[in-house]
Design a protein around this ligand. Structure first.
Ligand code: FES
Length: 118
């Protein structure tokens, strides 16, 4: 598990997560950003960030999934989530997705913690 130095986000709320060169093509990597576990994927020129915890059995394994079409496939039981927005292919709610920006060879991700009221 790679723990992120909890440095301050930039003025748009993005945290510097890693260098672009730290990501391998179509191979997920997990990070903790703003106390949230995320899975980051690089596909061609694009980088996608999703929550790392599969909603099926709450397993923190999304980073270890494989890419199929425009989706990440959970390695446990094959649930699929769209890389662009984390939703199921049907459009139903799936994983949280996070905004990514690439700046000066670094990957910046805006991770907002979800607050639960219970
Ligand atoms: S834990 Fe992800 S599909 Fe079952």
């Amino acid at each position: 598990m790679k723990f992120i130095n909890q440095s301050e986000p930039d003025n748009e709320g993005f945290y510097q997560v890693c260098k672009l060169s730290d990501l391998k093509e179509k191979q997920g990597k997990k990070f903790i950003v703003n106390e949230v576990q995320i899975a980051v994927f690089k596909i061609g020129e694009n980088v996608f960030a999703l929550n790392n915890v599969c909603p099926h059995q709450h397993s923190a394994i999304i980073y270890d999934g494989f890419i199929e079409d425009d989706c990440i496939v959970c390695p446990a039981h094959g649930w699929k989530f769209r890389l662009t927005d984390g939703k199921l292919p049907s459009g139903s709610k799936g994983l949280e997705s996070y905004s990514v920006k690439l700046l000066n060879e670094f990957v910046w991700i805006k991770v907002i913690q979800k607050k639960f009221n219970w």
